[in-house]
Write a protein that binds this ligand. Structure first.
Ligand code: SF4
Length: 438
């Protein structure tokens, strides 16, 4: 039987395009429109005909047994950690925070391994920002700094940015100047979309020199003589000053927290981003200018939002004293595990465990683990308890946040009997409340 569902939001990246039409034939995805390999692959990966399962130490059990066993493990833990959340959606994230509050856990999201420094910079200096709709309709200058949209956000150009036709940009690409700034070794190969559309100007930056480049732009803007500034940097500043509405999209190339090789690197990602955000704020003295993060796959923006509205902090939150404490580098998962502090870890999505330090991964293997993950996701360790849960946006409805923090209602184009993250986490919480008699 052929089933066709139109206007499906795609969680394949943080663009969350909500104009996708999916066609399934006897349960198999046979068509994905409009074309986007990344989005199509996302739906193919999770559209697997495998039964809903719960396992304890590798043995299949009922979901109820696994829920009870998980609740008992959590009740025994002194300092549990709940981590992940970005591959879930608002209902699952909200249930995870409720559970963390109940048991006094540390709760952290995958932001601590990616855009955590950007969040810290925004907290420090603020952010002049916008929705993607504003960019589409108004921006005549678009700058990509430290990101490669053709690879990470394939339809970003067509729907929201470089190629999009908006109210004050009716001619799309020809109404905009597009600049790509990034790592000198790669930036010349970066493109705006998978069709290979090139930017108008490319500005290579030597590895690790983003801060110096931004400092020169800020000094030039203040009228300070900067003999070291290149002609292309001066031209970029003139474009910035002269545009009607400018936007800079920035990615992990400027914000990256650190790559782990056993020891934390001294990262200056938050200083780079703070400098960029200050430049954008200062440009508003002469024109309208905004900044926007290029968030990656999954509902990482939603995880920030849910943690913020429920605990006041976006990631790395310790609830063990009965009130929230926030400290990236102390209450973030990699550090809590690396110091061997946590005696249990509940993972809502385990896809980023591979980026933890060696010591954190080793500790994770030595403590009880409860994993909620999507069908067919391989794990590098055998968890104590494992639940296969339904995929928000494919099997279950829910809310996810686009990269500009606009909430989008996800659809459920495939029926399934998988329980959701929300269902499992709420059942565990209910069982704990029963045991505690409250
Ligand atoms: S650009 Fe991103 S959200 Fe849009 S269809 Fe492609 S993967 Fe999905």
């Amino acid at each position: 039987m052929t089933e066709r569902t139109a206007n499906v939001p795609c969680p394949g990246c943080a663009c969350l395009c909500d104009d996708v039409t999916l066609t399934f034939d006897n349960g198999e995805l046979v068509n994905f429109e409009p074309r986007c390999e990344l989005g199509e692959q996302w739906f193919r990966n999770y559209n697997q005909a495998i039964p809903s399962t719960a396992e304890i130490k590798g043995q299949t059990v009922t979901i109820e047994e696994a829920v009870r066993f998980s609740a008992d493990l959590l009740l025994k833990a002194d300092y549990p950690l709940i981590y992940g959340l970005s591959r879930s959606a608002t209902p699952g994230q909200r249930a995870a925070v409720a559970l963390a509050e109940r048991i006094g856990a540390v709760i952290d999201t995958t932001a601590s391994l990616c855009h955590g420094p950007s969040i810290m910079a925004i907290q420090e200096v603020g952010e002049v920002t916008c929705t993607l709709g504003e960019v589409r309709n108004r921006a005549d200058l678009i700058i990509f700094w430290g990101c490669h949209p053709a690879e990470s956000h394939p339809r970003h150009a067509e729907r929201y940015a470089s190629l999009a036709r908006g109210k004050y940009t009716p001619n799309g690409r020809t109404d905009r100047t597009v600049v790509m700034v990034g790592d000198a070794k790669q930036v010349h190969q970066w493109r705006l979309d998978p069709a290979g559309t090139e930017p108008d100007i490319v500005i290579p930056v030597e590895a690790g020199k983003d801060f110096e480049t931004l400092a020169m732009l800020r000094m030039l803007l203040q009228g300070v003589a900067v003999p070291e500034a290149s002609d292309e940097l001066r031209r970029l500043l003139e474009l910035m000053r002269g545009c009607r509405y400018g936007t800079v999209f920035f990615g992990l190339g400027i914000a990256e927290t650190s790559m782990w090789d056993g020891q934390p690197h001294q990262s200056i990602g938050h200083i780079n981003v703070a400098s960029l955000l200050k430049l954008v704020a200062e440009l508003n003295a002469v024109t309208r200018f905004t900044a926007r993060r290029m968030r990656l796959q999954g509902d990482v923006s939603g995880a920030d939002n849910v943690l913020c509205w429920q605990t006041s902090y976006p990631f790395g939150v310790d609830l063990s004293r009965g009130y929230p404490r926030y400290n990236p580098g102390e209450f973030t998962a990699n550090e809590v595990l690396g110091r061997r502090d946590a005696d249990l870890c509940l993972l809502v999505g385990a896809e980023t465990v591979q980026y933890f330090s060696e010591s954190a991964r080793n500790h994770l293997r030595s403590i009880p683990t409860i994993v909620l993950d999507y069908p067919g996701v391989p794990l590098e360790f055998t968890p104590t308890v494992r639940f296969t849960t339904g995929v928000y946006g494919l099997h279950a409805v829910g809310t996810a946040y686009r990269m500009d923090n606009v909430p989008i209602m996800l659809k459920a184009p495939r029926k399934s009997d998988f329980p959701t993250d929300e269902h499992i986490l709420s059942d565990i919480l209910d069982h704990i409340a029963q045991v505690q008699g409250k």
